[in-house]
Design a protein. Structure first.
Length: 231
């Protein structure tokens, strides 16, 4: 939920500023989807922690959020960066929701199935833009390649394990193995990049590295958190 919440807010900055009118509308809609998905997950969590969904979304201290670094960063209105981030995150989330749709916890599985259908549209949209930019002009290819190069080292931290991950997998709450999911994610992304005349090489997160999944955030997160909680 934190991944989706932060990504939706970052992308909402593009409302009114998309490169073409149709994409302005589409990207704004995708941002709304991400925030809506986050809200639905927070709503599910709320009774377990005796808080409202809004309190979970806005009422925590920075170290209590569990989002990956890639969703925290400002794109500084670089369209190549925004699309490259979607490419990494949407493909990851499509696999994550597919796994959750098979969860033994029925309410979670039902929610994941609903979100998975929308996430497939998000993924197709991101992949299409990667192909469009990579196979477009020399400038578009250079700019999206620069974005991929910048994000590739941190994108695998989407797979940073949490302390309870093995228990959730063993219990069938989160069916499958994250190692298998990483290989599928990497293979699909690298294939799409290759077909788009782009370079991409991804490696699993280094063992022992601590990041956003355990509350260690980028310098930009504090600014983002302050903006979200200022009202």
């Amino acid at each position: 939920a934190d991944d989706k919440f932060m990504l939706g807010h970052r992308n909402s900055d593009w409302t009114g500023l998309g490169p073409i009118l149709e994409e302005d509308i589409a990207f704004s809609s995708l941002s709304q989807d991400e925030i809506g998905h986050a809200g639905a997950i927070y709503q599910m969590i709320a009774p377990w922690v005796n808080r409202t969904a809004d309190q979970i979304a806005y009422g925590r201290q920075p170290a209590e959020y569990r989002c990956a670094e890639i969703v925290e960063l400002s794109d500084n209105f670089d369209w190549g960066f925004a699309i490259a981030r979607q490419f990494f995150c949407d493909n990851f989330d499509l696999f994550r929701l597919e796994r959750l749709s098979r969860s033994v916890y029925a309410p979670l599985a039902a929610l994941a199935r609903r979100q998975h259908a929308e996430e497939r549209i998000h993924t197709e949209h991101a992949n299409a833009w990667i192909r469009r930019l990579g196979c477009g002009t020399a400038e578009s290819r250079q700019r999206v390649q620069a974005a991929l190069d910048r994000l590739a080292p941190i994108a695998p931290m989407l797979f940073e394990p949490t302390s309870s991950l093995e228990q959730l997998e063993a219990a069938g709450v989160y069916p499958g193995r994250s190692a298998d999911m990483f290989e599928q994610w990497r293979s699909g992304l690298e294939t799409t990049a290759r077909e788009s005349n782009l370079r991409l090489s991804l490696a699993p997160p280094s063992a022992g590295v601590i990041g956003g999944r355990r509350g260690h955030h980028s310098a930009e997160f504090q600014e983002l958190w302050s903006e979200l909680t200022e009202v």
